[in-house]
Design a protein around this ligand. Structure first.
Ligand code: 5GP
Ligand code: MG
Length: 176
């Protein structure tokens, strides 16, 4: 495993993103919706930098099942707040191909929020397969599989305070 961003660097990126969000919304009340499970660490850090009145909700979306290749996307909105007529910001850990975000946005639009923007900690620009760009981006990263700060490999490593790129020796199958 190789460290890509230290916890201090991550904190700086999240603070910059929050400043941008604060500037965009001003005093306007905001509903933030985190995509479980990868966004929990970002969500907790980001919300504490926000200055407007904030409501916080979550939804569950998962596409990566036990390996680094995408499977079917499952979106579960049962835990979500009512976002109808609320300015809403969807928060996710990483924008890779973009299919997850576009799919979740489609679902959220059905509730007719007053506005709908997106914030992601990381973006792999080279991998983009959809015609959508997140409104707020913490860091652009190369096409490497990363873990830590909420991101997992087979549900492990979410607790790492830094972001690290997995190396071939870290992949199950090579070692376990
Ligand atoms: P997309 O639909 O944009 O291709 O994929 C987005 C989802 O794939 C993310 O929410 C995340 O769960 C997973 N993902 C994509 N790239 C990575 C990565 O480098 N590391 C980890 N841990 N998950 C990733
Ligand atoms: Mg995810």
């Amino acid at each position: 495993m190789r460290v890509m961003f230290t916890s201090d660097e991550l904190r700086g990126g999240v603070a910059r993103m929050a400043e941008d969000i604060n500037r965009t919304y001003g005093e306007t009340p905001l509903t933030i919706v985190g995509v479980l499970t990868g966004s929990v660490v970002l969500l907790a850090d980001l919300m504490r930098f926000l200055n407007m009145p904030v409501r916080v909700g979550v939804l569950h979306a998962s596409s990566y099942r036990n390996n680094t290749r995408p499977g079917e996307l499952i979106v579960n909105r049962e835990l979500m707040l009512d976002i109808s007529r609320h300015h809403t910001l969807l928060v996710d850990d990483i924008f890779d191909t973009g299919h997850t975000m576009v799919r979740v946005l489609e679902e959220l639009r059905e509730f007719e929020p007053s506005s709908l923007r997106t914030a992601v900690l990381l973006r792999k620009a080279a991998r983009k397969e959809v015609d959508y760009v997140p409104d707020f981006i913490g860091f652009e990263i190369p096409d490497e599989f990363v873990v830590g700060y909420g991101l997992d490999y087979r549900e492990m490593y979410r607790n790492l305070p830094y972001l690290a790129a997995l190396e071939p020796a870290d992949l199950a199958g090579d070692k376990s």
